[in-house]
Design a protein. Structure first.
Lengths: 294, 264
């Protein structure tokens, strides 16, 4: 029940506004600037992906996916994500568990190291693996004699993807688990649960939304990574081209419709990611609150 | 045991490869590095990368702060959707952004066709590079500044207003100083990301040596020429500058924690 408050006297003029907000004109101008800027810089590029993909009609759009190389690229992208995301998921959970639940020296330094791949250019992320595994490196000749191909093959692409998506899950979980502390785990242990039971029945349910959030972002980056993968891939058609690399090849061949058709799938992935991310934030905002953006 | 696993995985995936880069650049020596760094093409690429990144980060600070302010302070239809869309550059693969921006700003594109008669060429010039870097950098500024704006207590503004400050004075003299550390951090993050950016830039840049060739692309070109030494040297220079940036970000955050009692 709301009580009827005495109405404030009618403002003397139409331009009256509380002292802690801007005038109506200023508000509209600012909203206008923000909307126009976002429309021009974010929305228009997104719309143009779909526009260009369907420029020559749905038949031409679909024809882009009848191509063997395009299908191979889609398969490779899925394969890379299926390997890279679980690897970083396991690492993220273990690392966050270690950092949040135990005390040891150099914790802050370890956290900084985990974030390191975010501050390295994607091209350099690829370059470090080229330096490590190329035939000029110390490892290269030995790998060759063993018949192991890493560079310009699928393992190199997976490694580069793991590198660039390395921090996503961990950095989402570390603040969350630190916030939650260890009391739940201590209670479980004192009631006779063993370490595994405590993890599966207490810790994991506590962090599941944060984990999902991290996996979502990790997956989006894993499927969309371009720079790092481009350096280690060798661009062999039908073999080592992921979807973003296929987009580049088609675009450079002036096959615009096919390039934007493959790109539209990646744009859809981005949209689905954004929708799920927003839903998670709305529904479980409080549980995710420990993480302050990116 | 979990610490062991964490360290082992971190070492294998991140530290050993990065150490390889450091070791290789160290074996070049200062002389070798200097030789690559002072090559005119490298110098121009670094100038273009850092110059366009700086301009893009500045533009992002101006518009990012306005966007954050509008999202935090005003209620209007579609606000939630707009808020979600700000993260688009995080989610959209860079190559997709790159070809989309090129399509928009080329001579026949939706935006390019309006600029072309005015004599403004965007695609295949440094302006195009800047546009791509604005795209990928924007969320860094908004998402750094937004949470700090949400924390501002209304009482501060009320006090300023009661003491006779105009709204403009309240914003510029009371609110902005408190937001400065967050804005600086957002700027640094957007700048650092822009310097290393590759995918969204190479399509719109045109990649003319000395004119619109960015440093990450020059690394790729050197690699394709099997000039691993040249590639490593440019990468090392970029890394040194990036880590200096990172260090500055940490200093800003430590300073703001002392001065304002919160971290950005």
């Amino acid at each position: 029940m709301r009580h009827e408050l005495p109405q404030p006297p009618e403002p003397a003029s139409k331009t009256w506004h509380p002292a802690t907000t801007e005038s109506r004109t200023a508000r509209y101008v600012l909203i206008g600037i923000a909307l126009v800027f976002l429309a021009l810089f974010l929305l228009l590029p997104l719309i143009s992906v779909f526009y260009e993909a369907f420029r020559k009609g749905p038949a031409a759009y679909l024809a882009a996916f009848a191509d063997h190389d395009a299908l191979a690229a889609i398969r490779l992208t899925l394969l890379v994500a299926v390997i890279a995301v679980p690897l970083n998921l396991v690492f993220g959970v273990v690392a966050a568990w270690t950092i949040a639940k135990f005390e040891f020296k150099g914790k802050a330094f370890l956290t900084t190291l985990i974030d390191l791949p975010f501050s390295v250019s994607p091209v350099i992320s690829g370059l470090v693996y080229v330096l490590l595994f190329s035939s000029h490196s110390a490892l290269g000749p030995w790998l060759k004699s063993q018949g192991i191909e890493i560079l310009f093959a699928v393992p190199g692409i997976v490694l580069a993807t793991v590198f660039v998506t390395f921090p996503f899950v961990a950095r989402e979980l570390i603040p969350l688990m630190q916030e939650q502390g260890t009391t739940d785990e201590e209670a479980a242990l004192s009631l006779g649960a063993n370490g595994w039971q405590t993890f599966w029945r207490v810790t994991l349910p506590n962090i599941k939304w944060g984990l999902l959030y991290g996996v979502l972002l990790c997956n989006a980056r894993a499927m969309g990574e371009f720079g790092a993968v481009s350096v280690v891939s060798g661009h062999i058609r039908g073999l080592t081209n992921t979807m973003p690399l296929q987009v580049e090849i088609l675009y450079n061949e002036f096959n615009s419709v096919a390039a934007f058709a493959v790109a539209s799938l990646l744009a859809l992935l981005a949209l689905v990611t954004l929708v799920l991310k927003t839903l998670l934030e709305l529904r479980y905002g409080a549980e995710l609150a420990a993480n302050g953006g990116h | 045991m979990t610490l062991g696993f964490t360290l082992a995985y971190l070492t294998l995936i991140v530290l050993i490869p990065l150490a390889g880069l450091v070791w290789r650049s160290a074996s070049l020596g200062w002389g070798g590095m200097w030789h690559v760094a002072t090559d005119q093409r490298t110098l121009n690429a670094l100038k273009i990368s850092f110059g366009t990144s700086f301009v893009a980060a500045l533009i992002n600070v101006v518009f990012g702060v306005i966007v954050a302010w509008v999202l935090v302070r005003y209620r209007f239809p579609g606000r939630r959707i707009i808020d979600a869309i700000v993260d688009l550059p995080f989610a959209l693969p860079t190559a997709v952004a790159g070809i989309a921006l090129t399509a928009l700003y080329s001579k026949n594109g939706w935006i390019g066709r309006w600029l072309d008669p005015l004599g403004i060429k965007v695609a295949f010039t440094p302006i195009g590079i800047t546009i791509a870097l604005i795209f990928i950098g924007l969320p860094f500024v908004v998402r750094t500044v937004q949470p700090v704006m949400e924390e501002i207590r209304k009482e501060v503004e009320e006090a300023a207003a009661t003491l006779g400050a105009t709204r403009f004075q309240t914003i510029t003299r009371v609110l902005l100083p408190g937001l400065t550390p967050a804005i600086l951090t957002g700027f640094a993050l957007a700048f650092a990301r822009a310097v290393g950016e590759y995918g969204s830039v190479i399509f719109i840049a045109g990649n003319l040596p000395y004119i619109s060739e960015i440093a990450p692309l020059l690394i790729v070109i050197r690699l394709e020429e099997f000039d691993y030494t040249g590639a490593t040297a440019i990468a090392a220079i970029m890394l040194i500058i990036s880590f200096t940036m990172l260090f500055i970000i940490n200093l800003i955050q430590a300073w703001s924690r002392r001065r304002y009692g919160y971290a950005t």
